[in-house]
Design a binder for this molecule. Structure first.
Ligand code: MN
Length: 505
């Protein structure tokens, strides 16, 4: 069965507290969503501001493959704004629950129903495709909700949406009212689920199982309060879970991670590390038992392969590590210790891990090179010059000189602070060599006072999704940060060179 994906990242997602996008940013996101393969894009709420109107208009006239939709309350002004923005598809809504009617709309059920019918009729008279939402449907009197759906269907609505506005539904109830809506309206049904109890995706799936054809979702599950059903989780659950029926969507799943990262960066909302599918840790393994299993057959501890969603698996060593996982990590850099050496390396790792410390890839490599008696692992990138200026009334500015494989490079850049300026300057140089980005940056102070030591932990990632973690300790925050980044860059380039050599042979 083909399930329709209605993406509302640009409407409900943008209603996340703290998110506000310019028309250009919204257009860039719409293009990404279109490439990903969503069926419909809710581009915004045209009536709310001039910028929003402009954004919706730009998206509507871009000639994208997805249907472009705009939100409208049940009044002529909102619907006219949608038409003026060039839309031919609206999502119009009015609340139907008693709590919303009494305290928000100050209307009776009958008045709300009348408004709903008028809006649907007006939308149709203006030549629009009309999707109708009964806001707070899941807290609406069930008999009244059925009545509303049947009346708006008679008025000419094309689609019905069931919003679980405050995430109050159980999967069982979502299934029940989806069946009600199908029976009452005899139209294609969408479900719009919120995550207040962490059930958004489960509820959306339950709606689909009960006969809904479409779900309203957002990338990374962004949205008001706890967010909306997450597109990536919903799509992958439909695709991979052992249902007795086959479900298909138009989503190119291998683009999910890239799209998630793009949206996270554009809207400025980080994805939690343990988020399903797109979180940093979703395909990361530390425990020895798990890494051993993974190395024998990834399906032992990964329900799906990371490549399916455009990702790469990563392993980390720590106090839970085992010899197999550690050797596999070292092999990625072309390092092959003997059994005895491997045991010595692992012993050191466990001692550090037991002190409650994280062991980065760079530390693993330096422990290994000490035990293997090598002079140290080749450094491709050397920091040969560095200065930074900062103050009040001036923008922090950094100068960085790097020697990469015998060639000198100079980079300069501004930043919001001295660390940011330095990292920007480094990325300007490494960007010319290969696309590297600094993913995580963590700063901790080790001891108190103004002479405290600081500890900087970073993760660097290349365009292929390979990532390396590094840590540096020092007195100067800026220099220590730069050192950690240079270490990380060195290791990722080493990993890359080794892997390219492997492929070449
Ligand atoms: Mn919503």
């Amino acid at each position: 069965m083909r399930i329709r994906i209605f993406d509302t990242t640009l409407r409900d997602g943008e209603q996340t507290p703290g998110i506000s996008l310019s028309p250009d940013q919204k257009l860039a996101i719409a293009k990404k969503l279109d490439v990903l393969g969503v069926d419909a894009i809710e581009a915004g709420f045209p009536v709310i501001s001039e910028g929003e109107f402009k954004a919706v208009k730009m998206i509507a006239s871009e000639g994208l493959s997805a249907d472009i939709c705009g939100l409208a309350r049940t009044n002529k002004k909102d619907i006219d704004a949608a038409v003026d923005a060039g839309l031919n598809y609206i999502h119009t809504f009015i609340a139907t629950s008693d709590i919303h009617l009494e305290y928000k709309l100050k209307m009776t059920r009958e008045q709300a129903l009348e408004k709903a019918i008028e809006a649907v009729e007006y939308g149709k008279s203006r030549g629009l495709l009309v999707e109708f939402s009964a806001e707070d449907a899941t807290r609406t009197d069930r008999t009244f909700l059925k009545h509303v759906f049947s009346e708006v269907a008679k008025a000419g609505a094309d689609r019905i949406d069931i919003p679980d506005t405050v995430g109050y539904a159980t999967p069982e109830y979502m299934a029940e009212i989806t069946k009600d809506a199908i029976e009452a309206a005899k139209l294609p049904i969408s479900v719009h689920c919120h995550n207040d109890f962490g059930l958004a995706v489960a509820n959306a799936l339950s709606g689909i199982r009960a006969g809904a054809q479409c779900a309203h979702v957002t990338i990374n599950g962004i949205g008001e309060r706890a967010g909306n059903a997450s597109l990536e989780e919903f799509v992958m659950a439909l695709k991979c879970l052992p249902y007795d029926q086959k479900y298909e969507t138009g989503i190119k799943s291998e683009l999910l991670y890239e799209t998630s990262r793009f949206i996270s960066k554009t809207v400025g909302v980080q994805v939690q590390p343990n988020k399903a599918i797109v979180g940093d840790n979703a395909f990361g393994h530390e425990s020895g038992i798990h890494t051993h299993g993974i190395l024998n057959n990834p399906l032992t501890y990964e329900p799906i392969s990371p490549e399916l969603v455009g990702r790469k698996r990563w392993l980390q060593v720590g106090k839970h590590a085992g010899i197999h996982g550690m050797n596999a990590m070292l092999a990625e850099y072309g390092i092959r210790p003997t059994d005895d050496q491997a045991k010595q390396i692992l012993d050191k790792i466990k001692i550090i891990g037991d002190q409650g410390k994280q062991i980065t890839d760079v530390e693993l490599l330096s422990i290994a090179s000490n035990i293997l008696g090598e002079k140290g692992i080749k450094r491709i990138v050397q920091l040969t010059g560095f200065s930074v200026s900062t103050g009040i009334g001036t923008m922090p500015y950094a100068f960085v000189k790097l020697n990469i494989d015998g060639k000198d490079f100079i980079g300069t850049d501004y930043g919001v602070g001295p660390v940011d300026a330095a990292l920007n300057a480094i990325q300007k140089i490494t960007g010319q060599i290969s696309e590297l980005r600094i993913k995580d940056y963590g700063l901790a102070s080790i001891s108190g006072g103004s002479t405290a030591l600081c500890e900087v932990t970073i993760r660097v990632e290349d365009a292929q999704g390979n990532s390396v973690s590094a840590k540096s300790i020092g007195e100067d925050i800026v220099t220590t940060s730069v050192q950690a980044v240079i270490d990380g860059i060195n290791r990722i380039m080493l990993k890359k060179m080794f892997n390219e050599k492997q492929i070449g042979h």
